[in-house]
Design a protein around this ligand. Sequence first.
Ligand SMILES: Nc1ncnc2c1ncn2[C@@H]1O[C@H](COP(=O)(O)OP(=O)(O)O)[C@@H](O)[C@H]1O
Ligand SMILES: [Mg+2]
Length: 1003
Amino acid sequence: MESALTARDRVGVQDFVLLENFTSEAAFIENLRKRFKENLIYTYISSVLVSVNPYKELEIYTKQHMERYRGVNFYEVSPHIYAVSDNSYRSMRSERKDQCILISGESGAGKTEASKKILQYYAVTCPASLRVEEVRDRLLQSNPVLEAFGNAKTLRNDNSSRFGKYMDIQFDFRGAPVGGHILNYLLEKSRVVHQNHGERNFHIFYQLIDGGDEDLMRRLGLERNAQSYQYLVKGHCAKVSSINDRHDWKTVYKALTIIDFSSTDIEELLSIVASVLHLGNLQCSSDDDGNVVITGENQIRLLSRLLQVPGTVLREALSHKKIIAKGEELISPLNVEQAAYARDALAKAIYGRTFSWLVQKINKSLAHRDSTYSTRNRPNVIGLLDIYGFEVFQHNSFEQFCINYCNEKLQQLFIELTLKSEQEEYEAEGIAWEPVQYFNNKIICDLVEEKHKGIISILDEECLRPGDATDLTFLEKLEETVGKHPHFVTHKLADQKTRKTLVREEFRLLHYAGEVNYNVTGFLDKNNDLLFRNLKEAMCESGNEILQQCFERGELDDKKRPETAATQFKNSLAKLMEILMSKDPSYVRCIKPNDAKQPGRFDEVLIRHQVKYLGLMENLRVRRAGFAYRRKYEVFLQRYKSLCPETWPNWKGPPSEGVSTLVQHLGYKPEDYKLGRTKIFIRFPKTLFATEDAFELQKHTIATKIQAEWRGFHQRQKYQKIRSSAITIQSWWRGELGRRIARRRKNAALTIRRFIKGFIYRHKPRCPENEYFLDYVRYSFLMKLKRNLPKNVLDKSWPVPPPALSEASELLRDLNMQNMVQSYCKRITQEWKQQLEQKVVASEVFKDKKDNYPQSVPKLFVNTRIATSELNSKVLQLIQSEDIKYAVAVTKYDRNGYRPRARQLLVTPDSALIMEEAKLKQKIDYVDLSGISVSSLSDGLFVLHVPCEDNKKKHKVHDQAWERRHHRFHIRIRTDHFKIKEWTPVCGGSSTELQMMLPVRSE
Ligand SMILES: Nc1ncnc2c1ncn2[C@@H]1O[C@H](COP(=O)(O)OP(=O)(O)O)[C@@H](O)[C@H]1O
Ligand SMILES: [Mg+2]
């Protein structure tokens, strides 16, 4: 709460006791409004939680939120339903005392949602075990089932609970939920047979019709159309957009299986639900005597099957009335109207009793089964009461009377308990109790419930007395008996002015929360809750096990008149009060912000009405009658000690004295506060606010100081941190470098050692000592070879292999050569091949025989030295048909004096022609050619041997000098065409003529 004070200007106060003007309703509502607009739906009145329905999902119910409230002091966190839940839980655990949380408010104000939130909180935050999980599931799953059968759409709330519910959650010694028990109050049975415009019957009917599978529908004889059933369409709104009946059906069906319903249980339960719908459609007509005749043969057959009651019994029971008078049974036929009444009574009775059976069945499933608990050592419980709030309609009937009576009782309990606890606290703290002025509503409770004189007694009496008792005679009785009561008035008793606001059939009660007019019409009927005896008898015959438990035979034999509805309710309320009185209560007061179920709308008139009806102002007044604020000394001192030099930073003595010193320093006046045994009590909020403001200021100053110091410290720390990080990194890196070098050295030494050893053992067979060395030598040879392979066939280089690889080296060398040759061969062209072939021939002829042969090798052969076009045209004419294979300019040396003469040598297929310009000087047919000779020297000379034409002349060639000069002409040339003879420089006496020619260009 203290932290809340800081925010009080922005979103009002989180606790109404801190409202300066606590008696002002306007201030109260303004505070609610401010907070509601900020989505702050919860506000305290001390420990009472006021909750305004937001009508929208707020992000305040997550697991994180639950954790935030778990185990935290009520005042330390903002108001929340979880704070109330946690506070009750912790009180139960620490004081081992039962708790209860009473949730009240108008229909649609959020009671049921609140109770679900509480249950979820316990489900999530309490210790768990396997058994606990099971119980938790059942506790949670009992809700959708009860809501299906007990909730309905009303004008106020689409999911309005039409019964009161008190649920005990039992906890074991570890604080884990281990069981539960539910008490139900006054189900609004009339809804089964009638609904006001815009309202629906109980959800289960629509869910079954929408969601039941085909098989089930067939077995139950149902159609998938709500319009077909009289009991479902009275309110003209079977379909509601906010409700998904089919989806809800699935949830309910699943929940039923979780809470131990067998398939037979479910089948029988749904048969009852279906039978109610069929009852509503029962067709009757009237015979000549005005007696009823049931005509719906099919319906009777269906009903008989579903209720497991013989058809004849059912028919008889629905059309006759049995009364026992003076020990004699009287049976009389019913008229149509009476039969309809009986039928509706049966439908209501069946549904109402089945609902109670359902609660019992759920209780069995929730029952705490741990045998370690004896009755003495029973588990602690937290009770949740989700019960109807004050209801004021245009037309208020018996139900509103009961509901409002219930609220009077709860208010009485609330006042008593609040005052009691206040008083007890004052007493415990040794502070004189100052009487509080408050409205004690006991007077109204008595008006309703007092024996013989109360309204319920009078109603019962009227129901029981012989003669023609009616609702109006009841009203008269009321006027006679309680007419003088200050909180009671009727049309007849009222003064002129009041009379205008009352009709004749109404009586008005002045409840603590306001005035309500009740119309007596139907009071007697509803109170009697009569079911004709023969209908009860028929139900007792049922084979349906649920109905057997609902209608016991003993009831028929009981001569005592059954308790009326009002008395039953009164007794159950008395029991409830006992239950609640035995527990420590917490309160949740729910408020509905608007009738349109819309988020963000704050209808002030509606809210003022509820603030009044919930008695919130009264509540605040009681709580503020003495002191607005109280807190344990330790807590107070801890928070505010910084405001006084003596208490700051630590107070050494007892906390009470510390607080005393502190408040004196703060200048509290004696009348502003009281010091109890363990707590300080502060009378007015303004005193606390002033202290809180001073605290905030101080906090701010201290915070600024601390912040500045902290920043400096932080800066230094940061620098230190960076420095030490840098040193750490540096030293690590140095170490790492050192380690790396050492590693490398070690590896190097190892390698060298292995190498030396390997070298020593290199000639030994392979062994561990030399294997590394040998492998390395091989490897390095192969790598060297790979890098230095010969690039062409002429390159004869090859690395020297180690001895172990000499054979492999040779093989590789051959292989490499083959490869090179192969790839060379693949590459060469046709022309090149020809060249090579010619070169081979040349090689064969000249190699090692002519000095300048090696120089000629790289020179390419050409087709001709003189192109045809360059030849003299006369020559061409002369040789005409001859095909010139080769033409070359040559020099002819004369035999005499070896004078050089320029000539052209033309080679044709058959002959060689020697030309001088255009003149054919000589034609040598190959057939006549006897040889060709060249010299072995580095010259271009060659000799064609032809028969000598003029032996005398030619012989001169072979003179001595020539011979001497050319004595080395011993080369023989062979071609296909020429038969080469060894040329001797002088063919003594031979018939060959020697021609000598020197080519112009060497070839
Ligand atoms: N805390 C809440 N947060 C969001 N919606 C809520 C809350 N409480 C109530 N509501 C809405 O209001 C509707 C009516 O609430 P419900 O608890 O059924 O009212 P009551 O039980 O008081 O009649 C709910 O169906 C839900 O839509
Ligand atoms: Mg409800």
